[in-house]
Design a protein around this ligand. Structure first.
Ligand SMILES: [Zn+2]
Length: 130
């Protein structure tokens, strides 16, 4: 259940083609190409689809994987996690709890203190500088 109910037509009008592909079609941007891969300024990462606060810069780290990586979301309710078995892999998909947009995946190989790596597409984020 998401709080925002828009038609695919509406999303297509509001989002850039790349944002639409990632958020609504569960696409993945090419590694090392994202706008926020190497950004480490203090601030808040919001959902590019609905503006909800998803991650904060304090939890961002350089994982070397080619996408922005965080060890935790901004809050327990910020994101939803669901098992994704597409492409013959068993992964955990991460979506925005507010609009249902696809963000990326979470892997159990992150740093202290959570041991998690939220591997998130830059295209699904909008950075708000502090
Ligand atoms: Zn959202």
């Amino acid at each position: 259940m998401t709080k925002i109910d828009k038609t695919e037509q509406q999303w297509r009008q509001e989002l850039s083609p790349e944002q639409y592909h990632v958020l609504r079609e569960k696409g993945t941007e090419r590694p090392f190409t994202g706008e926020y891969d190497h950004l480490f300024e203090p601030g808040t990462y919001r959902c590019a689809g609905c503006g909800a606060e998803l991650f904060v810069s304090d939890a961002k780290y350089d994982s070397g994987c080619g996408w922005p990586a965080f060890y935790a979301p901004a809050g327990e309710e910020a994101v939803e996690e669901e098992t994704d078995v597409s492409y013959g892999m068993m992964r955990t998909e991460v979506t925005c709890a507010n609009c249902g947009g696809h963000l990326g995946h979470v892997f159990p190989d992150g740093p202290h203190p959570t041991g998690l790596r939220y591997c998130i597409n830059s295209a699904s984020l909008k950075f708000d500088e502090e």
